[in-house]
Write a protein that binds this ligand. Structure first.
Ligand code: PLP
Length: 478
């Protein structure tokens, strides 16, 4: 049954050319009056508009075509895919070029559209509900948090059985009851993702490039012969878990964030080496502080250990749990040498830089270029990809992804940094190889200016302190 909450969009004021050019081809805060409806079964947004050819928006169905009129003369289109959080649909394709598509989202009396590069925000002329809804935060000492598990109120769970996904749900228990024969317990048939939610100055809760976590999980599940988690289910899990735990999202300015851990395990009665009969997808969250002790942007040390993390055609490029069990000893050995983390060289020749135990590597060379290792056995870090884009497009640096022969090139390295969701960007002071410590910027005592600039730019986008011209952040509807 379709429940009408009203439907009809009326343009309150069309934008002038001046307003359009102020944000390039973008439109800022185009105000519309909406009436919209939800299907009682899918709760998915179903927009319509009343004045063709004028600034506005039209979508008959999330699986249909969304027509956007940033201006009378500019007609763009986008195709929205399946409903995501129940009231959201992701725009899967658009005529706006290769920019990351946006999201259409509706809640009881709010509809908003954000299409990076074209339309920043379309809001109703009514107050935005999420700003009014005050969330009473938990009484935590946010600025003292480390990177540790803190149990929050709810988590998300969806089960794959008989070849299909069931409906996901929020649950209270942090425990999992699984069969003793479950392949996750014996053959490590498990994978996970990690991303963060941060509070912006205006109170919005922002995710950073969750679509890339979803895509990476899809590549991992294919490698581990696990069923793919559909993007709609992945995003439903992430958005619902964050929204339901909004009280646990650290406030703006606290230096902490909400770590989000989606994961998938193979479960069920089994003995032989084969894929699991059933799977469970879960998402939990935990408020966290900095990954490395010291906090914020502080120098760390790495140590090259005589152990490999991955094989050339193994699972190093995937976020498989087994990679991490194999790395525990190397991390422990690195810590015994006084470093925070192990640094891996390539498993074939032990010459080329790979990555750290939980972070990729970015180097600033003495010629000013920004270089990152190219390898088939490292995890494609979302932070590293973002940092390389910032280095090229914001700092105007020459960037390159290529094999880096550590011993041949170490003298050419000016700044050495580790980067990842947990590590953010951590400048590396020195690296131990054998009995030698190799020092970097400022004799290992200072943070390099490019590392600092990249950290500032990246974290300002992640925290909503600056305009996100790349369309990397996504607001969690509260
Ligand atoms: C082995 C490894 N490399 C790199 C990263 C950084 O990846 P991302 O930036 O996507 O968090 C991580 C953390 O997720 C990791 O575990």
């Amino acid at each position: 049954m379709v429940v009408w909450c009203g439907l009809l969009a009326v343009v309150a004021f069309p934008l002038s050319d001046d307003q359009l050019s102020a944000v390039g081809i973008g439109v800022e805060n185009l105000r519309l009056q909406w009436r919209f409806r939800f299907s009682a079964r899918s709760s998915s947004p179903n927009f319509d508009r009343s004045i063709p050819g004028q600034p506005g928006i039209s979508a008959r169905d999330p699986s249909g075509t969304l027509v956007i009129y940033p201006a009378a003369s500019h007609v763009a289109w986008a195709t929205a895919d399946r409903a995501r959080c129940g009231r959201c649909a992701r725009i899967a394709q658009s005529s706006f070029g290769s920019v990351t598509p946006g999201i259409i989202c509706a809640s009881e009396n709010v509809a908003s559209v954000s299409i990076p590069g074209v339309i920043r925000n379309i809001t109703t002329n009514r107050p935005i509900q999420k700003r009014e809804k005050k969330v009473d935060k938990k009484a935590l000492n946010w600025s003292e948090l480390g990177f540790d598990y803190i149990e929050t109120d709810v988590r998300f769970r969806a089960v794959w059985a008989s070849g299909e996904w069931g409906e996901g749900e929020l649950i209270n228990s942090a425990e999992m009851l699984i069969h003793e024969g479950s392949p996750v317990l014996h053959y490590a048939q498990t994978c996970f993702e990690g991303l963060k939610a941060q509070t912006a100055p205006n109170g919005d809760i922002l995710l950073f490039r969750p679509d890339l976590n979803c895509a990476r999980m899809a590549s991992t599940t294919a490698r581990l012969l696990m069923p793919g988690v559909p993007e709609s289910l992945f995003m439903q899990g992430v958005l619902e878990t964050v929204r339901a735990n909004a009280a646990w999202v650290p406030p703006y300015g606290s230096g902490a964030s909400l770590y989000i851990r989606p994961f998938l395990v193979g479960v069920g009665k089994n003995l032989g080496l084969r894929p699991a009969p059933n799977y469970e997808f879960r998402v939990f969250v935990s408020p966290v502080g900095p990954y490395y002790k010291g906090g914020g942007l502080s120098l760390i040390d790495l140590a090259v250990i005589d152990l490999d993390r991955a094989a050339p055609k193994g699972t190093g490029a995937y976020k498989a749990g087994a990679n991490y069990a194999g790395g525990l000893l190397a991390t422990q050995m690195a810590k015994d040498l006084g470093a925070q983390e192990a640094l891996y060289l390539d498993p074939a020749e032990h010459r080329y830089l790979e990555e750290a135990g939980s972070a990729n590597i970015v180097l600033v060379m003495k010629d000013g270029s920004v270089v990152t290792p190219k390898s088939e056995s490292i995890l494609p870090s979302i932070t590293r990809r973002s940092v390389m884009t910032l280095a090229a497009q914001t700092l105007g640096r020459t960037v390159e992804e290529r094999p880096i022969d550590f011993f041949a090139e170490v003298d050419q390295i000016d700044e050495f940094a580790a980067c990842g969701t947990a590590a953010v960007i951590s400048p590396v002071s020195k690296i131990r190889v054998g009995d030698t410590w190799h020092k970097f910027y400022g004799d290992g005592k200072e943070i390099g200016p490019v590392t600092q600039a990249l950290y500032d730019r990246l974290t300002a986008i992640q925290k909503g302190e600056t305009e996100d011209t790349f369309g990397w952040t996504e607001v969690v509807p509260i």
